[in-house]
Design a protein around this ligand. Structure first.
Ligand code: ACO
Length: 321
């Protein structure tokens, strides 16, 4: 059967690391409050010359190198972001140009924090139809540029970064590697709970992120536990079969509550929220790259990705490495 196989991962972070203590010098907050409520200890913030595309390009180069794939072999680039360099062209085409990939298909996907899951599902579908043989799937964000730095309830939660994977359509055995199952959801009913209050067609401005954190938290735990169960049911497996869960890194308490709801041991959850904070669409591929490079995730492992974000959008995907 034809499956999309994950060949390599890469990631990139801005140069500037900002600790909670440094943030507390400019906003009315404290290291204790942020660590206790979120688990976040630091985040990376893009400086001059660092943009969503520059981070995406760096992450993509590292993923290509890890996969042993030349840029010229890539026929499809799907890039998830809610913070593109420009309204258009798509950031994916900037990556295509910088890498020197000629031809093929390149476009952006916008599903906020679930963006990487949506992008991977899109690439997986196109690879399995034969539209391309090898794809780059990237999550890249500079949320620091849409934060209200006077709003302590949101500005402490986010960071910038990018992660990328190379997928290849391969003819594999039933128990071989690749994306085994994916479920995506969206429910526009709650779009006001997490949104940006501007855009080209409404205000003509970029806008700032607004969030009712407590309500988002409640929806996140319920939706994530449900979608994980759906994916496991699709492949007729229990949570004990999963070697690693690589979740969207929003808040350590969401990760703990979701793991508890599923009976998943905490040591099988990859956690990077303490280091990177919430990097939206970049968070899943960034955490995946960290856990792959430090040797935790190995070939043959069953890995579950999951995310939820503004919209609401949410989803999960089970991959054999
Ligand atoms: N520093 C100090 N105090 C703060 C800060 C801060 N940075 N932010 C808020 N507070 C205060 C509030 O003003 C409030 O004070 P009050 O009681 O005097 O009014 C108090 O702390 C409690 O505020 P709550 O908002 O009720 O705190 P809560 O325990 O809900 O934690 C948080 C807030 C961390 C935002 C939590 O709700 C959360 O993580 N929600 C999930 C949101 C999220 O992660 N969204 C990301 C995108 S969606 C996703 O990725 C799943």
């Amino acid at each position: 059967m034809i499956r999309s196989v994950l060949r390599g991962t890469g990631s990139a972070l801005p140069r500037n690391c900002v600790t909670n203590a440094q943030l507390a010098e400019r906003v009315d907050t404290s290291d204790d409050w942020i660590v206790e409520r979120t688990g976040i200890r630091q985040r990376y913030i893009a400086g001059e010359g660092e943009t969503t595309s520059s981070l995406a390009i760096e992450a993509a180069r590292r993923a290509l190198e890890a996969a042993g794939v030349e840029a010229s072999e890539i026929g499809l680039i799907v890039l998830a972001t809610a913070t593109p360099d420009y309204t258009f062209p798509a950031t994916a085409t900037q990556v295509q140009q910088a890498l020197g990939c000629r031809g093929g298909v390149a476009f952006d996907v916008q599903a906020v924090c679930s963006g990487f899951l949506y992008a991977m599902a899109t690439a997986d579908s196109l690879l399995r139809t034969g539209m391309a043989k090898k794809a780059l799937v990237i999550g890249a964000e500079t949320f620091s540029r849409i934060l209200d730095w006077d709003d302590r309830t949101t500005c402490v939660l986010f960071g910038d970064g990018a992660g990328a994977v190379v997928l290849e359509a391969q003819d594999v055995a039933e128990d071989g590697p690749g994306i085994l199952a994916t479920r995506l959801h969206a429910d526009g009913e709650h779009c006001d709970l997490l949104h940006v209050d501007g855009g080209p067609s409404s205000t003509g401005t970029v806008g700032k992120l607004r969030m009712k954190g407590r309500e988002v938290f409640r929806h996140a735990v319920v939706n994530l536990a449900e979608v994980l169960r759906e994916v496991l049911a699709d492949v007729d497996m229990g949570i004990q079969a999963v070697d690693w869960v690589v979740p969207h890194q929003a808040n350590a308490r969401i990760l703990d509550a979701t793991a508890r709801k599923l009976g998943l041991p905490a040591e099988r959850v990859v956690v990077t929220v303490d280091q990177h904070a919430n990097t939206s669409a970049a968070s899943v591929p960034l955490a995946l790259d960290v856990a792959t490079r430090d040797g935790r995730i190995k070939p043959g492992d069953l890995v579950m990705f999951e995310a939820m974000g503004g919209g609401f959008t949410w989803g999960a995907s089970l991959v054999r490495m």
